[in-house]
Design a binder for this molecule. Structure first.
Ligand SMILES: Cc1cc2nc3c(=O)[nH]c(=O)nc-3n(C[C@H](O)[C@H](O)[C@H](O)COP(=O)(O)O)c2cc1C
Length: 151
């Protein structure tokens, strides 16, 4: 069975971009076909062709979702995604009281409309030990697709 994943991320200073790249690599290690876009250069994609959609973001303000995501929600709501498995990842800074608050908030926003299987929060620039966490993140998403396709 071929599994297709879409990664969409938003990054200003590169931490989330690096994390998105590592997640892409982990998907590819387990032979998932990956399409990879920045939020601001997202072409007109058909979300329904993907088994997995992973959204990556930094956090702004006080645990806020960056404004640029506002353009994505209408696309999501216009799509019919009953079997798509979502994962949300992001980088943040524990200096702030609401660490990776945008990840938490995007999960909460998604959970009313789609299936969110897991979230990954990383402190600033990903470190070598985070590779293992990226591998776990992709594994959970793929396992969830496999479970659903047997039911
Ligand atoms: C003005 C400002 C507000 C921030 N607020 C938060 C926050 O509430 N929670 C958090 O975890 N990180 C916060 N951060 C940290 C960024 O999310 C963090 O540096 C992130 O890794 C940046 O990602 P990027 O390199 O992909 O742009 C804030 C950073 C700035 C500059």
């Amino acid at each position: 069975m071929i599994i297709r994943a879409l990664i969409i991320y938003h990054s200003i200073s590169g931490n989330t971009e690096m994390l998105a790249g590592w997640i892409q690599q982990e998907f590819e290690k387990i032979e998932v076909l990956v399409d990879y876009y920045t939020l601001t250069d997202l072409p007109n994609v058909d979300l329904s062709v993907y088994d997995i959609i992973s959204l990556g973001t930094y956090t702004w303000g006080n645990g806020d979702i960056p404004r640029e995501w506002d353009t994505f929600w209408p696309l999501l709501h216009d799509s019919h995604l009953p079997g798509t498995v979502f994962g949300v990842f992001g980088t943040g800074d524990t200096f702030y009281p609401n660490f990776c608050g945008a990840v938490t908030r995007i999960c909460a926003q998604l959970e009313s409309v789609v299936l969110v299987a897991c979230a990954l929060k990383v402190e600033l620039q990903p470190q070598e030990q985070d590779r293992e966490r990226c591998a776990k993140f992709t594994e959970v998403l793929v396992n969830r697709v496999s479970i659903d396709s047997y039911n």
